[in-house]
Design a protein around this ligand. Structure first.
Ligand SMILES: Nc1ncnc2c1ncn2[C@@H]1O[C@H](COP(=O)(O)OP(=O)(O)OP(=O)(O)O)[C@@H](O)[C@H]1O
Length: 269
């Protein structure tokens, strides 16, 4: 398979995807492109279909209709181990890791790249140690994964993704249990990897600050796409999220120098 994409070419293409479960239409005719190298946020109210769409992208849900391509190849035509080499997933609920140490969990990122029974090389060990240092968890290296705090667990899973060296990082609400500092830290860490990221958010101000592009989904359909400035309008917030809000500008500019929208919510409506 191709492993390189030109910057801004679509790494992922979602074409006319619908997904039904329990006799209900959950996703309805989704069309979406995720450009290579961009940080794309998926936002929408509870039950809109964010996790369902992300699950289609990491092959947990098989679309009922339509097609998803990765580097122009249908993801269901790829061998699962090939897809796993290129796509890392960080979820909201940290899975139980059977008494593994933080180091062991991060080392799991190598699994898609290794053949069965092959041993860990010196260079593998270096990659693991380096990733742990990148997320600032050297002190916790031998601690059991289960004993880490929520923020440390999420950072460990990002370290696992760093070791995996994916082209695409999918994150489903990875910060919802974290305090403000870790919310920012985990997302900035994901951004610093320089890979394509597709992440769902509930915190719209965090999404505005982190994302190059936003996709809005409501009742299984995409309603808006564009830059945070284009998408996060007071009208959209009223229509899609049913809140009364004022959108102003954040005092900081984004790294690319563009204005970051900032939402202030009004109460009592
Ligand atoms: N396997 C399934 N079987 C039946 N219904 C499902 C299944 N998976 C999801 N749904 C339903 O699909 C709808 C969308 O769920 P989904 O988890 O994708 O929404 P979401 O936007 O991620 O929501 P939230 O913000 O609350 O996490 C919900 O009504 C949910 O109950």
């Amino acid at each position: 398979m191709h492993t390189e994409s030109a910057p801004n070419a679509a790494l992922v293409n979602v074409e006319n995807v619908s997904w039904r479960a329990a006799n209900k239409s959950i996703l309805n005719n989704i069309n979406l492109q995720i450009p290579s190298g961009k940080f794309v946020g998926l936002i929408g109210p509870n039950g809109a279909g964010k996790s369902s769409l992300l699950r289609c992208l990491y092959r947990f849900n098989r679309p009922t209709l339509g097609k998803i391509t990765f580097n122009q190849q249908d993801i269901w035509q790829l061998k699962s181990e090939d897809y796993a080499k290129h796509v890392a997933v960080v979820l909201q609920e940290t899975p139980s890791q059977f008494n593994l140490s933080l180091y062991d969990v991060v080392a799991l990122g190598l699994t898609p790249h290794k053949s069965l029974f092959s041993s860990t090389t010196q260079s593998d060990k270096q990659k693991i140690t380096q990733a742990i240092a990148t997320v600032g968890l050297e002190q916790q290296c031998n601690q059991s994964f289960e004993s880490l705090s929520g923020g440390e667990k999420q950072r460990a899973l990002i370290a696992r993704a760093i070791v995996q060296q994916p082209q695409l990082l999918i994150m489903d609400e990875p910060t919802s249990h974290l305090d403000v500092k870790y919310q920012i830290q985990v997302m900035e860490l994901a951004k610093s990897l320089g890979v394509t990221v597709f992440a769902s958010f509930h915190d719209l101000n965090l999404a505005a600050a982190m994302c190059d592009e936003l996709v809005v989904i409501k009742k299984g359909e995409i309603t808006h796409t564009g830059t945070p400035l284009q998408v996060l309008s007071e009208n959209m917030l009223a229509e899609v999220f049913e809140v009364c809000a004022q959108v102003t500008h954040h005092p900081q500019l984004s790294k690319s120098g563009s204005s970051i929208p900032h939402i202030t919510y009004f109460y009592g409506y």
